[in-house]
Design a protein around this ligand. Structure first.
Ligand SMILES: Cc1cc2nc3c(=O)[nH]c(=O)nc-3n(C[C@H](O)[C@H](O)[C@H](O)COP(=O)(O)OP(=O)(O)OC[C@H]3O[C@@H](n4cnc5c(N)ncnc54)[C@H](O)[C@@H]3O)c2cc1C
Length: 520
C-alpha cells in the first residue's frame, strides 16, 4: 500500500457499490489525479433487489455521472416521483396528505406556515395552500413536459425505478464511460498491515486485490466494517419498531394503467404498505414489526391491500419476498482505510426513501474529502463519522415524527409508537418548541439538511399538528402578510396552469420511450 490514496477498491455491486463507483470515478477520472476505482462483486451473492424510490438528488447524481435522463427512464423502467402520499396515518379513513418535493412558495422570504396557521389561506390543506405540486399530484400529472430539457423541471421530482435494472445501467456506465475496473469474484479474506489498515482483499476467483482505500458495499453482511473490523450496529428499534418487509412485484391490469406520481404509503395495523408505480409494474411491500405481527398476518394484510387497490386476485400468482433487518446504523462508518456505504453502514425502514440518498451523500463526501494520504486520513475519518452519525439521527427523528403524530389507537403498535419512551429526545424537544411556533429555515442544522424544515412543515401540518402563532410572532407583520397572500395566490395560479399543461405521468413516460427530452 502506498502512503498516497490512489487505488480505491469497492466491494459489492448493488446500488450502493455502483453508485459509489460512478460518483468517485466521475470525480477523479479527468485530470492527473492518478486515482483508480475498482469494483469487485460476488457472482454468487444476489443484491437485495429492492430500493425503488429516490429523492430529487438522484437527478443531479445521474447528470454528474453522465447518464442521459431519457436513457435512464427507458432502461430502468423508471417513472417520475413527486413525493409521498400518506393514507390512514392520522386515523383510519382520515383525509390523506402529501409530503411533496417542492418547497412552499417563497420559502426563503416568508414562512407561509405561520400565515396558513393564522387562517390566511382559507380552508385549504397545508400542501394545497403552499405549493402547486399538490394539484399536480392529485391529478396524476407528470412534473414536466417532453419539451423541458433532461433533469430540468416544472415542479421538483425524483424517481421510481427498478433496482436490478438500475444496477445494470450503473455498471455499464461505470465500466464503459468512467474506466471503472469490474471484477466478478467472491471476497474471502482480508490482508492488513501492522497498523490494522487493509492492504488487499483475497478473492476466490481473481487472486488478491490491492488498494489504498476500501469501500464496503456488501449489503447487510457488512463484510469489512462489521465482520472484519467488528464495528457494531447501533439498533434503533426502541424508536422505530419495524424490522421486516414483505415485498412483491405487481403487474398492471393493462398497458395504459395510470402511473402514480407519488409513492403511496398506507398505514396498517402493525406497519405500513409502500406502493410504487413503475412503467411496467408496481413495487409493493408491507413493512412491519415482528414484535407485533407475524409473517402470515402480514401476507393477509398485503393480500387485502392489493384487493383494495383493484387487483381482485390479491397475492395469488405473485411471489412475495420476506426481508428482515435490524433497524440501526454502525457505531462508525469509516475505520482506518475502510468506509461503509449503503446497507453495510445501516438501514432503517424506507418510509421516506432515505437509503439511496444517503448513499449519494456518502459517496459524494468521500469524493470531495478524499484524503491525500494516510497522514490526513484520521481527520477526514472523524469528520465523516460525525457528519453521518448526525445524518442518521436526523433520519430517525424525521421518520419517528410520522408515528409520534398519529392518533391511531386501533392496535398496540400505534399506541406504543406514541409512548414518550419511544420518542427520541431531540424530536420531543422540537415538538415542544413547534407547539409555540412553526419551524422554518433556522431550524435546519445544515444547508444540505436531509429533511429540511419544509419537510417537517408538510408532515406536521399534514398530520394536523397545531402550532400556536400569535400575531406578535409574525415579523414585519404587514409586509409579511402581503407577501404571504401573494404566494398563496401564486400557488393557486400555478396549480391551474400546470393542471392544464402538464401531461399525465403515463403519457410522458410513453413519450420518453421513443423521444428524448429537449436539448438544453
Ligand atoms: C424492504 C426494503 C425497501 C427499501 N426501499 C427503499 C426505497 O424505496 N428507497 C431507498 O432509497 N432505499 C430503499 N431501500 C434500501 C436500498 O434497497 C439499499 O440501500 C440499496 O439497494 C443498496 O443496497 P446495497 O448495495 O448496500 O446492498 P446489496 O444490494 O445487498 O448489495 C450487496 C453486494 O455485495 C456483494 N457481496 C456480498 N458479499 C460479498 C463478498 N463476499 N464478495 C464480493 N461481493 C460480495 C453482493 O454480491 C452484492 O453485489 C430498501 C431496503 C429494503 C430492505
Amino acid at each position: 500500500m502506498s502512503e498516497r490514496i490512489q487505488h480505491i477498491v469497492i466491494v459489492g455491486g448493488g446500488s450502493a457499490g455502483w453508485l459509489t463507483a460512478n460518483i468517485l470515478a466521475a470525480r477523479f477520472r479527468s485530470g492527473s489525479t492518478g486515482i483508480t476505482t475498482t469494483l469487485v462483486e460476488s457472482p454468487n451473492v444476489p443484491t437485495v433487489g429492492v430500493g425503488e424510490g429516490t429523492w430529487p438528488s438522484m437527478r443531479t447524481t445521474l447528470k454528474n455521472i453522465g447518464i442521459d435522463e431519457a436513457d435512464f427512464i427507458r432502461q430502468c423502467d423508471a417513472s417520475m416521483k413527486q413525493g409521498t402520499w400518506f393514507k390512514d396515518w392520522i386515523n383510519l379513513g382520515d383525509k390523506p396528505y402529501y409530503h411533496p418535493f417542492s418547497l412552499p412558495e417563497g420559502f426563503d422570504t416568508v414562512n407561509l406556515a405561520e400565515h396558513w396557521l393564522n387562517g390566511e389561506a382559507g380552508n385549504l390543506s397545508f400542501a394545497q395552500a403552499v405549493t402547486p405540486q399538490y394539484a399536480v399530484c392529485e391529478q396524476g400529472r407528470a412534473p414536466k413536459q417532453i419539451g423541458v430539457p433532461g433533469y430540468a423541471y416544472t415542479v421538483n421530482y425524483g424517481y421510481h425505478l427498478d433496482a436490478g435494472k438500475f444496477a445494470a445501467l450503473l455498471t455499464e456506465n461505470a465500466v464503459s464511460k468512467l474506466d471503472v475496473t469490474h471484477i466478478q469474484a467472491d471476497v474471502v479474506g482480508v490482508f492488513c498491515d501492522t497498523d490494522g489498515y487493509i492492504t488487499a482483499l483475497k478473492t476466490e476467483q481473481a487472486g488478491d486485490i490491492e488498494g489504498d482505500l476500501f469501500i464496503d458495499c456488501t449489503g447487510f453482511k457488512s463484510m469489512l466494517l462489521g465482520e472484519h473490523y467488528g464495528v457494531s450496529l447501533k439498533s434503533q428499534r426502541q424508536y422505530l419498531f419495524n424490522n421486516a418487509a414483505l415485498a412483491v412485484q405487481v403487474p398492471y391490469d393493462n398497458d395504459d394503467a395510470p402511473i402514480a406520481t407519488t409513492t403511496h404509503s398506507t398505514a396498517q395495523r402493525s406497519g405500513w404498505v409502500w406502493d410504487i408505480g413503475l412503467q411496467r409494474r408496481r413495487g409493493v411491500g408491507h413493512v412491519f414489526s415482528t414484535d407485533y405481527q407475524s409473517a402470515v398476518e402480514t401476507e393477509e394484510t398485503l393480500d387485502q391491500y392489493l384487493k383494495s387497490t383493484g387487483r381482485t386476485t390479491g397475492l395469488d400468482g405473485l411471489s412475495p419476498r420476506l426481508l428482515s433487518f435490524e433497524p440501526g446504523y454502525r457505531e462508525s462508518f469509516w475505520v482506518k482505510n475502510c468506509v461503509g456505504v449503503g446497507l453495510s453502514a445501516g438501514f432503517i425502514e424506507p418510509l421516506e426513501a432515505s437509503a439511496l440518498v444517503l448513499i449519494e451523500l456518502s459517496a459524494s463526501a468521500i469524493a470531495e474529502q478524499l484524503p491525500h494520504d494516510r497522514a490526513s486520513m484520521g481527520v477526514v475519518t472523524k469528520r465523516f463519522n460525525r457528519e453521518f452519525s448526525s445524518r442518521w439521527e436526523q433520519i430517525i427523528d424525521f421518520l419517528k415524527l410520522h408515528y409520534a403524530l398519529s392518533q391511531r389507537a386501533d392496535s398496540q403498535y400505534w399506541q406504543d409508537n406514541r409512548d414518550a419512551e419511544s420518542i427520541p429526545e431531540t424530536l420531543a424537544e422540537n415538538l415542544l418548541l413547534w407547539r409555540s411556533r412553526a419551524p422554518w429555515y433556522y431550524d435546519d442544522r445544515r444547508s444540505d439538511e436531509m429533511f429540511p424544515s419544509a419537510s417537517y412543515q408538510y408532515v406536521l401540518y399534514g398530520m394536523g399538528f397545531e402550532s400556536m402563532v400569535t400575531s406578535t410572532q409574525l415579523r414585519d407583520e404587514e409586509r409579511q402578510r402581503e407577501a404571504a397572500i401573494r404566494y398563496f395566490a401564486e400557488a393557486k395560479t400555478k396549480a391551474r396552469r400546470y393542471s392544464q399543461h402538464l401531461p399525465p405521468n403515463r403519457f410522458l413516460m410513453n413519450q420518453v420511450l421513443d423521444k428524448d427530452f429537449a436539448a438544453i
